[in-house]
Design a protein around this ligand. Structure first.
Ligand SMILES: Cc1ncc(COP(=O)(O)O)c(C=O)c1O
Length: 365
């Protein structure tokens, strides 16, 4: 019987196995100070994207919460897409702000710059775009809007490790760029995240972020330390960083394989609406749109192909309760399906996925 084709699958080899055993037997598994493999990962990631600095944390959600804590968002509005994971919006609320959900461009599913402009008010404090599936947003237009309105840019780059925009890696455009290294992500760890810093005061921001990721602890000298501010227990563990250091070395190569798959999908899938091909995208996932999603996903599952729904629009969740506000996003939310792009797919798997999608489509199911 044909093996099930998984939607996401981390690619690990002997190198990860050996390194994990080494960390296991070192008996040094975690440290709030962020020394050892964590420090190494921060240095490696900073070099990889070419940013000013990096602070590793234990998830993309923590990265967003901490990055947004650097601004005063109390009572202020933050512009974001609704087509995202709920953590993007949670980080705004966790920091006292108000999420303002804005429409996406239906070609890319990224924030539409025209819609951003029309939602800016005197109370807007931040623009928080998401690089959907790893496809870089129109950062040129967004940065122009930020400059014109004197607004900072924080990016949710949870899908975009290794993506590029205008010759620079994602992680170097906004003041703070937040990554996720959840096991389904294209840079996979057991759990992890990172804030990439691009700011002339990066040393100071790093100091604040490092304190906030470890319970507010500062000025540590042997067993002595001080706490002047509230903090969280958000530090990355050594196992995650050990795997991350190896995954990072392979990231460009693995993203290249994802891109090859995405190119074939974009050429051979016979659907009207799907993710565009862009050589600068990480292709954390590849989305298509279908009319009868439930039936489509059930049929694909029957063929042994796992698919996903990314995402149910956040504004429609009970917490936000803003249904019938964003027609494009709501329609995408009903039709979107994510299909496998992970580098473990064989050519046969890719052909099989395409064949089954085209079959379902041509059968008018
Ligand atoms: C767009 C987006 N932002 C934030 C997150 C949160 O990342 P994590 O799961 O590492 O907390 C995710 C994770 O799925 C995501 O997809």
């Amino acid at each position: 019987m044909k093996k099930k084709i998984k939607l996401f699958d981390p690619i690990i080899g002997n190198e990860e196995e050996t390194a994990i055993l080494k960390t296991l037997h070192s008996n040094f598994w975690a440290s709030g100070q962020g020394i050892g493999q964590v420090l190494k990962f921060e240095k490696n990631f900073t070099r990889f994207v070419n940013s000013n600095d990096s602070v590793a944390v234990n998830s993309g959600s923590s990265a967003l919460n901490l990055a947004l804590s650097l601004l005063d968002l109390k009572g202020k509005e933050v512009i974001l897409p609704s087509l995202t994971f709920v953590s993007t919006a949670h980080a705004i609320i966790q920091n006292g702000g108000k999420p303002v959900f804005v429409e996406v461009d239906t070609r890319t599913n990224n924030l539409d710059p025209i819609e951003i402009e029309s939602h800016i008010t005197t109370n807007t404090a931040l623009i928080l775009p998401v690089h959907f599936g790893g496809l870089p947003c129109d950062l040129n237009s967004i940065l122009k809007i930020c400059k014109k309105n004197n607004l900072p840019l924080i990016e949710d780059a949870a899908h975009a490790a290794g993506s590029e925009y205008k010759g620079k890696k994602i992680g170097t455009h906004g003041q703070f760029v937040c990554f996720s290294f959840h096991p389904v992500k294209n840079l996979a760890m057991p759990t992890g995240g990172l804030i990439s810093i691009n700011h002339k005061n990066h040393k100071n921001f790093k100091k604040i972020l490092k304190a906030r990721r470890w319970c507010g602890i500062i000025d540590r000298d042997d067993t002595n330390y001080d706490v002047k501010d509230v903090g969280w227990n958000y530090y990355m563990n050594e196992f995650s960083a050990t795997i991350g250091n190896i995954q990072l070395k392979k990231l460009n190569k693995l993203n290249k394989i994802r891109k090859k798959t995405a190119k074939i999908y974009s050429q051979e899938i016979e659907l009207e609406s799907m993710m565009p091909f862009d050589d600068h995208c990480s292709y954390h996932f590849f989305w298509i749109r279908v009319k009868s999603r439930q039936k489509f996903r059930k049929l694909m599952n029957g063929f042994g192909i796992e698919t996903g729904t990314h995402y149910k629009p956040v504004h429609s969740m009970t917490l936000f309760n803003q249904k019938n506000q964003l027609p494009n996003t709501e329609l995408i939310g009903k039709e979107i399906v994510t299909i496998p792009t992970h580098p473990g797919l064989s050519q046969d798997d890719i052909d099989f996925v395409i064949k089954k999608i085209n079959f379902i489509n041509s059968s008018n199911i």
